[in-house]
Write a new protein. Sequence first.
Lengths: 112, 114
Amino acid sequence: SQKIEQNSEALNIQEGKTATLTCNYTNYSPAYLQWYRQDPGRGPVFLLLIRENEKEKRKERLKVTFDTTLKQSLFHITASQPADSATYLCALDETGGFKTIFGAGTRLFVKA
Amino acid sequence: NAGVTQTPKFQVLKTGQSMTLQCAQDMNHNSMYWYRQDPGMGLRLIYYSASEGTTDKGEVPNGYNVSRLNKREFSLRLESAAPSQTSVYFCASIKGDVAKNIQYFGAGTRLSVL
């Protein structure tokens, strides 16, 4: 069956450390993968998109990697801040599709 | 530029009541989507409209109907609400082209069915 999985347990880290979130998928062939941030009571907000032929993408303190062999994407936040505390969703899109498949998200807490 | 606007923000219904959730976008996007979000289950697609005049079922369409009223507006209707439809509903629209399926979300409608 098709699955997209993120760590269901919350991730707690200290301010200044690097947070690493994992997204694994099964039985999909994504053309690209996206990461979104969701704050409590709000809708998701787009952060980064990485295509199947890209290994790594960066934006300020954010970095995403995409390994199609491992069927995995890693999302890194360097020099984390309490303001980075939120739920982070990964999502994938297959070629030619109108439908984006979302993971359930991982909650990140950054302690001061 | 408001982006994606959803109304209402909160709603409580009794089992069997009907209601329509409204969504409008001002970004001239072609495609619009309705999702529901339940704890531990992520966003699940209910219906989508790839372009004005078309609608298609998503993963969980039962109990819902949609109308793409024009390019800006996409409404979701619950004809006879059930407790299983208690959820947070999000509308989204897609930019398209090079940016492909980057989704722009509304703030959500929190629905309780008693």
